[in-house]
Design a protein around this ligand. Structure first.
Ligand code: NI
Length: 256
């Protein structure tokens, strides 16, 4: 059974068939899902999803591209949300210099404040970092993120950078991009990172793997990601599914 470590089922794109789709997960081998928040509204929707579906857990936090309009004291609302029963992480948080639609100082304020919150609430962090490797790494070091723990989701950087995150004890989230023909760098990273430190994710509705590239993504596409990792590492599909499941339990501290 597969553990989906990063999904956005609160997204409008699922409005037409969300319930039907989520109810089809078990019969398609998807056992557990973590729904990840990105803004104020999605925090509420994530909590609602965790209350409706026994197999859905949640992460609460503000995405770097969504923190532009927020009052600083919203951090206390995130804290309150993080105390909900099935909330297992703070995320997604970080820096995004690709879209770069929010002032970098504002992004940094929220990244640091949410790392601090995660430390206080004893929750792991889900890091979103795009074209901001150096600043992300420096801020993690300054906040002693190795004591907080978590995952660098939808990993897109080099092998050298992966080593730094691994040395800080972080997991590496691998998604649909690994199946893309031109994803040479990510395939190299996947070969390099020990299976013990990989978790799989879709980031759905975005980033559908081959052969469904460009369509709406869902956790039901995760077998393509697991198979690609198995092929790259020269191990069985079953081993990838089994190990990444246990890794996800450890990452989100959900072991019985
Ligand atoms: Ni995401």
């Amino acid at each position: 059974m597969i553990f989906e470590t990063h999904a956005h089922y609160d997204d409008d794109w699922f409005d037409t068939d969300r319930n039907e789709l989520l109810n089809s997960m078990k019969s398609n081998g998807i056992e557990t899902i973590v729904n990840v928040s990105s803004d104020k509204e999605s925090i509420e929707k994530t909590i609602a999803l965790t209350r409706t579906y026994p197999f859905i857990y949640g992460a609460v936090g503000i995405h770097p591209s969504d923190c532009g309009e927020l009052e600083h004291d919203f951090i206390e609302d995130i804290r309150k949300a993080s105390k909900e029963d099935k909330i297992v992480a703070i995320g997604e948080i970080g820096l995004d210099y690709y879209w770069d639609n929010v002032e970098r100082d504002v992004q940094k304020w929220w990244f640091e404040a949410q790392m601090q919150l995660a430390r206080e609430e004893k929750l792991p962090i889900i890091i979103h970092s795009r074209e901001a490797a150096q600043d992300t790494m420096e801020m993690m070091k300054a906040s002693k993120a190795e004591e907080i723990g978590g995952v660098v989701h939808c990993y897109s950087y080099s092998r050298e950078m992966a080593k730094i995150f691994l040395d800080m004890g972080f997991y590496i989230g691998i998604g649909g991009v690994v199946t893309f023909k031109n994803a040479k760098k990510l395939k190299e990273v996947t070969e390099y990172v020990p299976l013990e430190r990989i978790v799989i994710e879709t980031d759905c509705p975005y980033l559908a793997p081959v052969p469904n590239r460009g369509k709406r993504n869902s956790s039901r596409n995760l077998p393509y990601v697991a198979q690609q990792i198995a092929d790259i590492k020269g191990i069985s599909y079953e081993e990838v599914v089994h190990k990444t499941y246990n890794n996800a339990l450890a990452l989100y501290r959900m072991e019985e």
